[in-house]
Write a new protein. Structure first.
Length: 254
C-alpha cells in the first residue's frame, strides 16, 4: 500500500540519533513521502537539512507556528516570506491558532493567520492549520479570508465541525488521536467522506495505540489507516488509495 505522511516534524532533536533508520522503517511501511511543517526561525536550518538529505521524499513547508507568535511576530513573518519567495515549499505551515498553552498573543495569532493565508494566496500554496482549543474560532478566520485550500491538521473536532470545514474545501488531517480509546473520533470517521481525509502522525507527538506515550514516527501511519478502514467499513487498500490521492491533490502534485 502507498501512504503519504502529511505532517511530521522529523527534523527535531528526537530523531537526531536514528533519522536514517526511521526513514527506512517509513519506506518499509509504504510511506512514499513525508511532508515536514516548519515551526519557527529556529527550526528552518534543520528542516532544510533533512530535505536536502532526502530530496523528493522529505518535503518542507514554510510557516510560523502559533505557539511561536509573540509581539514581534512580523519580523518572523518577513523571514517566512523571504523563504517562500525562494520556492521549493509544498505549503504555508504550520500556521494557525492555539489557546491551550497561552492566551497572551491571541490578537497577534489572528493577524499572523491572515498574513500567512495571504502569502499562501500569493504563492498558490495550501495552508496547514494548527487549531488547538480554537476550532470554531479558526473556522471563522478561514471564512473571513475567503481562502479555500488547505488542511486542518490533527483534527479532533466533532461531526458538525468536520462538515463545516470540509464544506469550506479543506481536508482533515487524521492522526494518532483516532486510535485513542477516549479520543472520540469514531463519529467523524464514520460520517465524514473518505475524500476529506489525509493521513498524518505529527511525529514525534501523539503516537497511536499501542505506542501512545512514546515517540511517534511515520512508520506508524498504517495504524491510523487501519482505524479509519475499520470505522468506515472499507478496506485498507481503499483508504490508502483515496488518502494518497487526497494528499497529492492537496500539495499540488497531481
Amino acid at each position: 500500500m502507498k501512504l503519504i505522511e502529511t505532517h511530521a516534524h522529523i527534523y527535531l532533536k528526537e530523531f537526531q540519533h536514528d533519522l536514517s533508520e526511521m526513514i527506512d522503517r517509513a519506506k518499509e511501511a509504504g510511506v512514499e513521502a513525508i511532508y515536514m511543517p516548519n515551526v519557527d526561525h529556529t527550526t528552518i536550518d534543520d528542516m532544510l537539512r533533512v530535505a536536502d538529505d532526502y530530496p523528493g521524499y522529505c518535503i518542507p513547508m514554510m510557516g510560523l507556528h502559533p505557539c511561536s507568535v509573540t509581539k514581534d511576530f512580523e519580523k518572523d513573518l518577513y523571514e517566512v516570506e523571504e523563504w517562500l519567495a525562494k520556492g521549493g515549499f509544498a505549503a504555508v505551515g504550520e500556521m494557525g491558532t492555539d489557546l491551550y498553552w497561552d492566551k497572551t498573543y491571541w490578537k497577534e495569532q489572528q493577524e499572523a493567520f491572515v498574513i500567512q493565508t495571504n502569502l499562501a494566496k500569493e504563492y498558490g500554496l495550501p495552508i496547514v492549520i494548527h487549531c488547538r482549543e480554537t476550532i470554531d474560532e479558526t473556522i471563522e478566520l478561514v471564512k473571513s479570508t475567503g481562502y479555500r485550500n488547505g488542511v486542518f491538521h490533527c483534527f479532533t473536532g466533532n461531526v458538525g465541525q468536520a462538515k463545516e470545514i470540509t464544506g469550506l474545501g479543506y481536508k482533515l488531517g487524521m492522526g494518532g488521536v483516532t486510535t485513542f480509546k477516549n479520543g472520540g473520533m469514531e463519529p467523524v470517521l464514520k460520517e465524514a467522506n473518505l475524500d476529506c481525509f489525509v493521513l498524518e502522525t505529527d511525529s514525534p507527538y501523539l503516537a497511536p495505540v499501542p505506542f501512545r506515550g512514546k515517540r511517534n514516527e511515520p512508520s506508524y501511519l498504517p495504524l491510523v489507516l487501519r482505524k479509519i478502514a475499520l470505522e468506515k467499513g472499507t478496506t485498507e487498500e481503499e483508504v490508502s488509495r483515496t488518502t494518497t490521492e487526497n494528499a497529492l491533490k492537496l500539495f499540488n502534485n497531481v
